[in-house]
Design a protein around this ligand. Structure first.
Ligand SMILES: *Cc1c(COP(=O)(O)O)cnc(C)c1O
Length: 388
């Protein structure tokens, strides 16, 4: 990887130190230009007319997303964010009283809120699979918890609040063995590491554009396995998702676009396609190796600093590095760094009650690195952290 060239593609690298890639990464110039050029075209010729001219590139989004995830273009839906992608799949599942949902301790807050809502509405039971000694979801415990009442296994691959990577493919094998639906929140892992839905064995997967894919904000993707699509009725439909074939009848599309709506952020679609192309050109294994290197270096350095404790769980870790200081609150560190042009974020406990509260942790500082970050940025970050 030519890091200098990649940084030149991202002009903000010269101005700021961006360790907030799990919040929103910096878009590279080809993505920025794809969005801007389309907005300019809309300004000149009109929105519908601009979309018609961009038709081929709009279709390309499905092809490149399918290549990214190793699925078919008809298994991809474009939506406005990962939450809505996940929701469209989750709320399409016909839950009945007594059905069980198995999830993990690291589950994303919004997903858990949806479980709670479904528990209230339909009396489904939420069971949280415990972690193993490494802090990953225990696949053995999951296997033991399986029974006929489990309707869904829904887990987060790489959580927002730590460096953990859950063993998604092993979970997939348990799901396949029992013929149980498996919904994977891959919001932090898509764009950061190779993701192959066939290898993982998930039925549904949600992803966002703005994080490790480096796409525009307001973009997201849903994957649904082909033979499941027609069995999952979207929680809401429109004239794009369905055909009004007779006065009192309709027919829902047979591809994953049944989970979309007609109107969408067209410039964002083009930007997301450009972002996926950009990531695929670099190669996901290369991205993964580089992120692993920079994040590993950051964890090592942080662990050497007095008063700093790193909190990331798991064996293989993501680019998300979380820590606390015994001298300063996480919020104070966040604000102090921002004044120095260093972007990080805070993972508050109420965003991860199952995880952080159970581990007795306070709000965490989250520094999330990407391949365009450098060793010298890690040095500068650690120097600023200690120079309070
Ligand atoms: C950010 C995040 C989401 C939500 O993604 P949006 O695009 O903001 O809807 C879901 N799950 C995880 C693990 C996340 O980190």
């Amino acid at each position: 990887m030519d890091i200098e060239r990649l940084r030149a593609d991202t002009p903000a690298c010269a101005e700021i130190l961006h360790f907030n890639n799990a919040g929103a990464s910096l878009v590279p110039d080809p993505v920025h230009h794809a969005v801007l050029e389309h907005l300019e075209l809309e300004r000149r010729v009109g929105g519908y007319e601009a979309a018609a001219r961009a038709n081929q590139r709009l279709e390309h989004l499905y092809d490149t997303a399918a290549a990214l995830l190793n699925c078919r273009p008809t298994e991809i839906a474009f939506v406005e964010n990962a939450t809505r992608a996940w929701d469209m799949a989750f709320y399409a599942i016909p839950f009945r009283a007594g059905d069980r949902i198995l999830t993990a301790q690291a589950e994303y807050a919004s997903n858990y809120l949806a479980f709670l809502q479904m528990a209230k509405r339909h009396n489904v039971v939420i069971d949280v699979v415990p972690n193993d000694d490494d802090g990953q979801l225990s696949v053995n415990a999951l296997a033991e918890m399986m029974d006929d009442r489990v309707k869904l296994i829904a887990i987060t691959h790489a959580p927002t609040q730590g460096g953990l990577i859950n063993p998604a493919a092993e979970v997939g094998r348990v799901a396949r063995r029992h013929g149980t639906l498996f919904l994977l929140d891959a919001c932090q892992s898509v764009g950061q590491m190779p993701i192959d839905v066939t290898e993982i064995g998930c039925d549904m997967l949600s992803a966002t554009g703005r994080k490790y894919l480096r796409g525009p904000r307001g973009t997201g993707l849903l994957y649904v396995r082909q033979d499941l699509i027609t069995k999952l009725e979207p929680p809401f439909i429109d004239l794009h998702a369905a055909d009004w074939i007779g006065l009192n009848s309709f027919e829902i599309r047979a591809d994953a676009r049944r989970f979309e709506t007609w109107e969408s952020y067209v410039a964002g679609r083009l930007g997301l396609a450009a972002a996926i192309d950009y990531a695929r050109n670099l190669g996901l294994p290369n991205i993964r190796a580089r992120v692993d290197h920079i994040a590993g270096l950051l964890r090592t350095r942080l662990a050497e600093l007095p008063g700093i404790t790193v909190h990331d769980l798991g064996i293989d870790k993501s680019g998300i590095v979380t820590f606390t200081s015994d001298q300063e609150t996480s919020l104070s560190i966040h604000q102090r760094m921002r004044r120095r042009g260093i972007n990080i974020s805070v993972s508050p406990t109420n965003y991860a009650r199952l995880d952080l509260t159970r581990r007795g942790l306070p709000d965490l500082v989250r520094a999330s690195v990407h391949y365009f970050n450098t060793e010298s940025e890690v040095d500068r970050f650690c120097r600023c952290l200690t120079a309070a």
